[in-house]
Design a protein around this ligand. Structure first.
Ligand SMILES: [Zn+2]
Length: 413
């Protein structure tokens, strides 16, 4: 299965916005930019929302049918591992093998020996075209990288082979993700990780490293832009080298997780992928859910009341809601508005506070991040929430579409 050069992960917590999301992709296509939509939803989200992977498949198929999309699209079993992949097998054709929790686990000594043997032919250094510093190779360095990543890649191999045993070779897209950790992986790490992946015979098509800097959910990138640009460019060059040298799939590309709203690095990524004529996959996970709340807040009194209730409840359960997102959330408590203040807001004020327009006087990234993790509150409202989404489908859908097209696709591609 080929993913296409550009692809966008359009997560959708409540499975109501498939058509609005696809409309944005179609709009881009009409402007001459082909982007493959990938409906991604993690096991964690399914558990929080009490949904099943089948619902994502139904949503994607329905959107594609109604809007007569005749290009590729995928359903991504996002952040899965051996303990939970089975519930996705029949419904997904894109699997994100999350092996972050195996980083740093001690590998089998025999596996380390094998890895060192497989690297022998590389000599004591490798020059990657476009990167000044050669990659130095020594037993010590190989032992160190094996200690960090080999157990993780071995695990990825196990998960991959498990999926193959159920779905058959070539019938799905494979991503390996290591993004949900504190320490970033450098381009040199990427080189050795790709060598391990190739040795494990995983036909990886997208790889999601932890990049330098903070990729907080739903808000802009926080970090050193120059350093990011340097690492991102080197990652692209390392991948290019690994494709020809290690025999990895020729469409292998970077996957940027928590990729929504990273407006300050979009121009950097866009420039680099254009410079080298490369593809990219960007996951925008939960932004659609935020647009639902924005849409409801401006849909009338009933919708605004629910939007306010979501905030107030999320505020009282902040710790619980943020727990699963420690590495990707940064909320300054003293910049969160009080429930009383929010109670007095108009729909316009609520929407402007939540909508990510950098520099808008009302925009509050702390408020936005709290709502981002607050989807559990809406999930617990059940039909009260989803019925409202259906009732105000037009206004909510246009928020979702505008966000993906104007704030994301237009900036990225
Ligand atoms: Zn991720």
């Amino acid at each position: 299965m080929k993913l296409g050069k550009y692809s966008l992960g359009v997560g959708d917590r409540f499975n109501h916005q498939g058509k609005a999301q696809l409309k944005a992709i179609i709009k881009a296509k009409n402007q001459g930019v082909s982007v493959t939509p990938v409906w991604n939803k993690s096991n964690r989200e399914h558990n929080f929302v009490h949904s099943e992977p089948e619902a994502t498949r139904i949503e994607a198929d329905e959107a594609v049918r109604v809007l007569e999309w005749d290009d590729t699209y995928c359903v991504d079993a996002d952040h899965i591992n051996l303990t939970n992949v089975d519930r996705f097998i029949d419904h997904a054709d894109f699997f994100t093998l999350d092996v972050a929790m195996y980083i740093g686990k001690t590998p089998e000594p025999a596996d380390v020996d094998e890895f060192i043997d497989l690297c022998l032919y590389l000599g004591d250094s490798v020059i990657i075209p476009g990167i000044e510093e050669p990659i130095v190779i020594s037993d010590e360095i190989l032992n160190t990288v094996a200690g960090k990543y080999l157990a993780a890649i071995k695990e990825a191999g196990k998960i991959y082979r498990h999926i193959v045993s159920k779905k058959g070779i070539g019938n799905f897209v494979t991503e390996v993700s290591m993004d949900e950790v504190e320490t970033p992986q450098t381009p040199v790490d990427m080189f050795f990780i790709l060598k391990m992946i190739a040795s494990e015979h995983i036909p990886v098509q997208t790889i999601a490293p932890k990049f330098t800097g903070r990729f907080n959910k739903g808000v802009d990138y926080v970090g050193d832009l120059e350093q990011f640009a340097k690492e991102f460019e080197q990652d692209v060059l390392v991948i290019d080298f690994a494709i020809s040298e290690f025999g990895l799939p020729d469409d292998l590309k970077l996957s940027v997780h928590s990729g929504s709203d990273k407006f300050s690095i979009y121009p950097i990524m866009a420039e680099i992928i254009q410079k080298y004529d490369k593809g990219i996959h960007v996951k925008t996970a939960g932004t659609t859910w935020l647009e639902e709340v924005i849409g409801l807040s401006i849909s009338g009194a009933e919708g605004l009341a629910v939007a306010k209730e979501i905030y107030t409840k999320a505020l009282t359960r902040k710790e619980e809601l943020c727990a699963a997102y420690a590495d990707v959330i940064d909320i300054k408590d003293d910049e969160l508005p009080s429930p009383e203040a929010v109670e007095s807001w108009s729909g316009e004020k609520y929407a402007n506070t939540l909508r990510h327009i950098p520099g808008h006087p009302d925009y509050n990234p702390n408020f936005r991040q709290l709502i981002h993790v607050g989807y559990k509150v809406a999930a617990e409202m059940g039909e009260k929430y989803t019925k409202l989404l259906e009732k105000h489908e037009d206004v909510v859908g246009s928020c979702v579409e505008e966000n993906i097209y104007d704030r994301h696709l237009k900036r990225l591609f």
